[in-house]
Design a protein around this ligand. Structure first.
Ligand code: PEP
Length: 252
C-alpha cells in the first residue's frame, strides 16, 4: 500500500535566524519539483516563525523538535502544542534519543505528548531505537516493543495511522555508522508488526522512517526498503545540497 514518503530534517541546536534563512533559501529551489515527497524541516524554536514565513507556499513544512504535553501552565522554558500550531508549525518530533538521554524525557511523558500533539492537529514523529549495548545483548526487539507500548498507551487505535514513527538506533545517530539495510528493514518491519497487534489498519497506514547517519550517498538504498517510508535526517539536513539529494532519492 502506498503510504507516501516523508523526509524530515532535524536541525537540532543549529542555525541562528539569519543562518536558517540562508539554508532554507538554498533548499527551497532544490526541492520545488519533488512532487510526491513530503518534506519537513525541524529548526530550533527561535527560527520556527521565520521558517514558517519563508516556506509558505512551498512544499516544505515546518516541524518543531519538542513540545510540552500540557496546554498551558507554570512550565518555565516550555512550549505547548497549540503555541506551535499558532505559529503555523505542522508537526513535532517527540522522544528523540537526545531528549531521552540529556533531558530526562520518559515514556510516561511521551504517552501524554503523543495524544496532545494529535489533539492540537500536529503530526507527531515519535523516535524509538536501541543502544549499542541493547543490540549487542539481543534486546533490540524487546526495547522497541517496550517503547512503543508505553508511548502509544493513550492513543486510540483509530489514530495510529496519524503517528509517524522514526526508528533511530542510538548507535547510528551522528556517528556515521548507518544501520545496514537488513538491520533497518528488520527493525522497521518489527515496529509495524507491534503496531498491528493493536491496529492492523493503523499499522498498515502509519509512516515509519529510518534515522541515523542518513546521507546523500546511502539514502537511496535505505529508502528503497519495503517498510521504510522516509527518513529523519540530522547532520545531512544542514547542507541544502545533501538534504535535497536525500529528498530526491525518496522519489524513486
Ligand atoms: C537525528 O538526530 O535524528 C539523526 C538521525 O542524526 P544524524 O542523521 O546526524 O545521524
Amino acid at each position: 500500500m502506498s503510504r507516501g514518503t516523508l523526509i524530515a530534517g532535524n536541525w537540532k541546536m543549529h542555525e541562528t535566524v539569519p543562518e536558517a534563512e540562508q539554508l532554507i533559501q538554498a533548499l527551497l529551489p532544490r526541492v520545488s519539483s519533488l512532487d510526491g515527497v513530503e518534506i519537513a524541516i525541524c529548526p530550533p524554536y527561535t527560527a520556527l516563525a521565520p521558517m514558517v514565513d519563508s516556506a509558505r507556499g512551498s512544499r516544505v513544512a515546518i516541524f518543531a523538535q519538542n513540545m510540552h504535553e500540557s496546554e498551558r501552565g507554570a512550565f518555565t522554558g516550555e512550549v505547548s502544542a497549540s503555541m506551535l500550531v499558532d505559529l503555523g508549525v505542522g508537526g513535532v518530533i517527540v522522544g528523540h534519543s537526545e531528549r531521552r538521554a540529556f533531558f530526562g524525557e520518559t515514556d510516561s511523558r511521551l504517552a501524554q505528548k503523543l495524544p496532545a500533539a494529535l489533539a492540537a492537529g500536529l503530526v507527531p514523529i515519535l523516535c524509538v531505537g536501541e543502544s549499542e549495548a541493547q543490540r549487542a545483548a539481543g534486546e533490540t526487539e524487546a526495547h522497541l516493543r517496550a517503547q512503543l507500548e508505553a508511548d502509544f498507551a493513550a492513543i486510540e487505535p483509530a489514530r495510529y495511522a496519524e503517528v509517524v514513527v522514526a526508528y533511530e538506533p542510538i548507535w547510528a545517530i551522528g556517528t556515521g555508522r548507518v544501520a545496514t539495510p537488513e538491520q533497518a528493514q528488520e527493525a522497521v518491519s518489527f515496529i509495524r508488526q507491534v503496531l498491528a497487534e493493536t491496529s492492523a489498519a493503523g499499522a498498515a497506514q502509519a509512516r515509519l522512517l529510518y534515522g541515523g547517519s542518513v546521507t546523500a550517498d546511502n539514502a537511496k538504498e535505505l529508502l528503497a526498503l519495503d517498510d521504510v517510508d522516509g527518513a529523519l535526517v540530522g547532520g545531512a539536513s544542514l547542507s541544502a545540497e545533501s538534504f535535497a539529494t536525500i529528498c530526491a532519492a525518496a522519489r524513486q
